[in-house]
Design a protein around this ligand. Structure first.
Ligand code: ARG
Length: 463
């Protein structure tokens, strides 16, 4: 009896090819072709190691390594014919290698499985994306530092509950985001250091009886060491989850900043003018200039966090070691990485181009009784009043100003003394917004000198 050879890959064991629906649900080539360069890099390192360990002849290994470069150039040139019947990038590459170099291609898969292969490929890909994220965040931080330095002493309202709280400086506000994105950068760095162990050589799950040198492949691929447990090596996707978690937090920061830019660029606030290059018009309302880039950045968290939740859900409850469920990891990470890099680049561009409306910021800084805390602090310092009492007196003065329809500095000394007889005209010195911010010299405070010190520190950190 002759076997049905219609099963392209498993003809030895399988009599028939897969059902069309089976092929559709099973194949990952539609998306994992993005791992082609990493797959070939991993295979080249594997072949070199097999030869050095005496498992492959030098000439076979050389043919494999050269042939893989040809495959890579075909993929890069767009002439490679991807086949769904061959399931995934690993089988597609190997099959084409066979066409190009013949018999030695069949020796490449010695002492390896697609389980350690895909874990290796995917780690290499995610590692690159961590580096890209770090670079993208650094570029954004540099743009923020330029804004912060220009406006280290510009005053603007600081908010809590989106209600006027105390005056702060523009530089201080920009530097708050520098801190947030700085933590994001360190999260990616931490994750990168933790994930940098090489799964290759774990084989299917148990390791291999061939005398391979896992340290050699680990080093060739830029890993710090081989992973120490073969079961863990093929079933671990923590690196992808950590990438998604760090991406989600970063996307959340981007979203918060984007939201501020949307508010700030509105006609009601006019705190910033976004450039035409990062805005769009309306098809019906000629006056409109919409902050679409900011809005889209604000929204990207949705798909990035969605990807994180999706992959956690895939991974939970999976028994050791590899299960095909794990093939569902890639599209989530690909989409999240694309979204994050785009959002970071768009935010960098917007920050570089945006102009703070210094005059509007200054007017807004003085409104809403923003120096009430300065007044209360003055009562404590100058009159030795307990803070709670000072808080009460200031509250009465705010109520009085509100009743008169004016701001605190516009109250007369008589008005002030009608609430608290001991107040002197020295009080007016603390009611101005510039004095207010200049007085907040505590470490990390909003005073221009503190802001400048933080800018200098960050410049040194970034080099
Ligand atoms: N395409 C597969 C994936 O992405 C590769 C690993 C397949 N391994 C297996 N035992 N079927 O996970």
């Amino acid at each position: 009896m002759t076997k049905d050879t219609s099963n392209a890959m498993w003809g030895g064991r399988f009599a028939a090819g897969p059902d069309a629906i089976m092929e559709a649900i099973n194949a990952s080539i539609g998306f994992d072709k993005r791992l082609a360069a990493q797959d070939i890099q991993g295979s080249r390192a594997h072949a070199a190691m097999l030869a050095s360990a005496g498992i492959l002849t030098d000439s076979d290994a050389e043919a494999i390594r050269e042939g893989l470069l040809t495959v890579l150039s075909e993929i890069e040139a767009g002439t490679f014919q991807f086949s769904t019947a061959l399931e995934d990038i690993h089988m597609n590459v190997e099959s084409r290698l066979k066409e190009i170099i013949g018999e030695p291609a069949g020796r490449l898969h010695t002492a390896r499985s697609r389980n350690d292969q895909v874990a290796t490929d995917f780690k290499l890909w995610v590692r690159d994306q961590m580096d890209a994220a770090i670079a993208g965040i650094e570029a954004l931080i540099r743009a923020l530092l330029v804004q912060a330095e220009a406006g280290a002493a510009w005053v603007m309202p600081g908010f809590t509950h989106l209600q006027t709280a105390q005056p702060v400086t523009w530089g201080h506000h920009m530097m708050a985001y520098v801190e947030m994105f700085g933590r994001d950068m360190s999260r990616f760095r931490d994750a990168r250091a933790r994930m940098n162990e090489c799964p290759l050589g774990a084989a299917a799950l148990a390791g291999t009886s061939f005398p391979i040198d896992r340290h050699m492949t680990a080093e060739a691929l830029g890993f710090d060491r081989p992973s120490a447990n073969s079961l863990d090596a093929v079933s671990d996707r923590d690196f992808a989850l950590e990438f998604l978690a760090a991406s989600t937090i970063c996307a959340m920061h981007l979203s918060r900043f984007a939201e501020e830019l949307v508010i700030w660029s509105s006609a009601q606030f006019r705190f910033v003018v976004l450039s035409d290059r990062f805005s769009t018009g309306s098809s019906i309302m000629p006056q409109k200039k919409n902050p679409d880039a900011a809005e889209l950045i604000r929204a990207k968290i949705g798909r990035i966090m969605g990807a994180m939740v999706a992959l956690f859900t895939v991974m939970k409850g999976l028994p050791l070691a590899y299960s095909k469920d794990m093939q569902e990891d890639k599209e989530q990470v690909f989409d999240a990485a694309d979204s994050l890099m785009l959002a970071l680049a768009a935010m960098e561009g917007m920050v570089k181009d945006m102009t703070a409306n210094r005059a509007a910021l200054e007017v807004a800084a003085a409104s809403g009784f923003s120096t009430a805390t300065d007044l209360a602090d003055w009562l404590v310092r100058a009159l030795d009043m307990p803070f709670r009492e000072a808080h009460h007196v200031t509250g009465s003065l705010v109520a009085l100003a509100e009743q008169k329809g004016c701001d605190l500095p516009e109250l007369s000394l008589d008005d002030m003394q009608s609430v608290c007889a001991k107040i002197t005209d020295e009080v007016f010195g603390v009611l101005g917004v510039h004095n207010s911010v200049a007085s907040r010299t505590s470490y990390g405070g909003t005073a221009p000198e503190q802001v400048r010190a933080q800018i200098a520190r960050w410049k040194e950190v970034l080099g």
